[in-house]
Ligand binder design. Sequence first.
Ligand code: SF4
Length: 451
Amino acid sequence: MGLSGLDIFKQLPKTNCKECGLPTCLALAMALASGKASLEKCPHVSDAAKAALGAAAAPPIKLVAIGAGEAKVEIGDETVIYRHDKTFLHPTGVAVDLPATLPDDELAARAAKIDAMVLERVGLHYRPDMLAVSQRSASAQRFVEAVGIVARSSRRPMVLISSDAEAMKAAAAAAGRPRCLLAGADKNNYEAMAALATAANCPLVVKGDDLDSLADLAQRAAGLGVKDIVLDSGARQTSRVLADLTQMRRLSITRRFRPLGYPTVAFTTEQSPRAAAVQAGLYIGKYASMVVLPLTEPHHLLPVLAWRGNVYTDPQKPIQVEAKVNAVGAVNPESPVYVTTNFSLTYFTVEGEVTASKVPSYILPVDTEGTSVLTAWASGKFSAESIAAALKKSNMEEIVGHKTLVLPGFVAVLSGKLQELSGWKVLVGPREAAGIPAFAKSRFGNLAADD
Ligand code: SF4
């Protein structure tokens, strides 16, 4: 492309309206030139400018939508290689693979189970995004039947996996929903698959034998009118897949190599669920836009989805809970009051242990901008002053009929000053949340709820 920031700037409106999220048009131009933004960020850019900017106007990795409506999954459109440079924008789509060879009732049960699955961790809710149906050794007819069964059992976007273009065409019709991801096209079938994807307005996976052949095939598919492409390097060995994913990410973002400027897919191959979960985690970390895995049990999927949540969290914004009084169990005016910080992981660890103690209690998370107890204490955000202010602001005194609170043991040093400032009696609790059940039993055992 070869356009400099100044070349791009000349085509922008130059009003510095900031609607793109950047302070000036020049800042957006520079971000575009370095591949860290797309022209879509500016709502005021003219069609003539879009045409003039050509490839520079396109994001380094195209955004591809799978499915439609509320369940739609968007992948790609990443602008950085390293998460700490900015943040990753579109979480890796997770598709659960259901082989077409499964019996009807098993297919329907697994699809319905995934459809209803919502997993919770530290107050965040996770769910698998898509259902994939793979033909494998099944006949074309069985593949189409299996797609129909899964489609009737789930509203999730679907991935259809077959190299048989005729079977794919019938399966896409049987799915009866827009924008199924068709996986896939290879050097032998890409013309038929491209025609199908174009006619049905579906995204298409193109699979190469290596990155060179993949780039060539992607260009051919694009030349045949396929707008939304997902790249499969063809590798299945973990180290090779990681190398290919990394290479594709670098080439698309740092070199703006257009033939590989599309989201990517990786398929797990490990047989044991634990190994498949680890393999999926590796692909999520570097840099799969979506993974297809065979896991259907919540305890196998939760670590994968929680890891994805961590990778796609803005590193500059810790996950926080609202700094407000929370009741755990059937509280009454005698219930203990635990004070902690509003870092999600800290809060929910404390909440879990308070629940385990079986003593109905209040927890007051103090706003420490999402930092943990010791970090917040070290930075002055979890201080006698901030805790006293939080007690006052929350009207804690009127919620309970006593003035005793439990302070995390790690910040016992705050107890004297806190007592002075707040007028509350301070009990120094355990250093680790794991000590709360034993602490509660010894201090508040008489308040324990009946089993
Ligand atoms: Fe300039 Fe467009 Fe950004 Fe407004 S939205 S500051 S016009 S680039």
